[in-house]
Design a binder for this molecule. Sequence first.
Ligand SMILES: Cc1cc2nc3c(=O)[nH]c(=O)nc-3n(C[C@H](O)[C@H](O)[C@H](O)COP(=O)(O)O)c2cc1C
Ligand SMILES: Nc1ncnc2c1ncn2[C@@H]1O[C@H](COP(=O)(O)OP(=O)(O)O)[C@@H](O)[C@H]1O
Length: 320
Amino acid sequence: MKTIMLSHPHQLKKETIKPTVIALGFFDGVHLGHEKVILTAKKLAKEKQMQCAVMTFNPHPKEVLRTRKEKMNYLSPLPEKIKLIEQLDVDVLYIVDFSLPFANLTPQQFVDDYLIGLNVKHVVAGFDYSYGKLGKGTMETLPFHSRNEFTQTTISKVEKSLEKISSTHIRNLLAAGEVSQIREFLGRYYEVVGEVVHGEKRGREIGFPTANIKSEGFLLPKEGVYATLVKINDRTYEGVCNIGYKPTFHGEGSAALAVEIHLFNFADNIYGESVTVQWIERIRSEKKFSSIEQLIEQIQKDKQEAQQILNKLNLCSCNL
Ligand SMILES: Cc1cc2nc3c(=O)[nH]c(=O)nc-3n(C[C@H](O)[C@H](O)[C@H](O)COP(=O)(O)O)c2cc1C
Ligand SMILES: Nc1ncnc2c1ncn2[C@@H]1O[C@H](COP(=O)(O)OP(=O)(O)O)[C@@H](O)[C@H]1O
């Protein structure tokens, strides 16, 4: 896959670009609905003997357009999104810098410069896709703006268990800690990539060393304890994770949010390593204990519960 970063005004020349079927969307999380849009574009490109491209934007329009400008967290920050789209095996990924001049293009200007101007012959997008200033362009207006230069396929709502598959629904499940439900919508377990950093060095003392994970730009599940799988250098380890503020040791509001995972049957030094955490199932909320002994007793129970959850998972995959 060729990844092309575009910022407005882009300098690409239409004559140098192969005829293209393009999938359009923000694609946060690259969930099963997004996958349908992209795979439809891929199938049509093959039929039409054209190249298949995906166009996405970075950062999210809200990050640029809302008055209170603060960095947003994502289901898939850009490097993760690139990796996920690459796995779908498309030819080209256009990442358009969502700047104010770009946001202010009229729908017709967007179509002229970023679709017709990139030699697009067919557009695939979801029923609620919008484009151009204030999102005024929709799949209904697209035939008009196309100047008969391209055709289109509109993908209707994709549902699972009567719920529209959407990034918003997945974000809500994460915020509620319902990580086990996410898989149905995402098509895989929710994953967070991060680096192992130094913590307070208490873990080893209490018999549960924990790898402290620092991630950039990812949305995290609600505070609490989770059964997890952790990929480190192509190997997968089982573990139990606490996301929280360690209230047993820190007064309210005094600690930063920590993501720490105790890995089973593991004793290596992994400071500085990049790890990928898969969130399998929530176990409980974080609590303030009145003694370290009580906390240790609870972590032992958490470990057992996580082990049982993860054992069931192994049984399931053997039965496939
Ligand atoms: C499975 C698990 C559950 C935990 N639950 C709690 C909890 O409910 N309350 C709490 O204050 N800390 C909890 N912790 C955090 C421990 O207090 C923390 O791991 C310990 O202080 C070591 O921190 P360090 O790695 O930064 O040295 C939990 C940790 C793990 C691994
Ligand atoms: N079973 C394990 N699970 C997690 N980390 C482990 C384990 N065994 C060894 N380690 C190593 O020890 C570190 C955690 O020890 P800990 O005392 O909790 O220190 P810190 O507070 O710096 O995280 C990890 O970052 C990792 O390098």
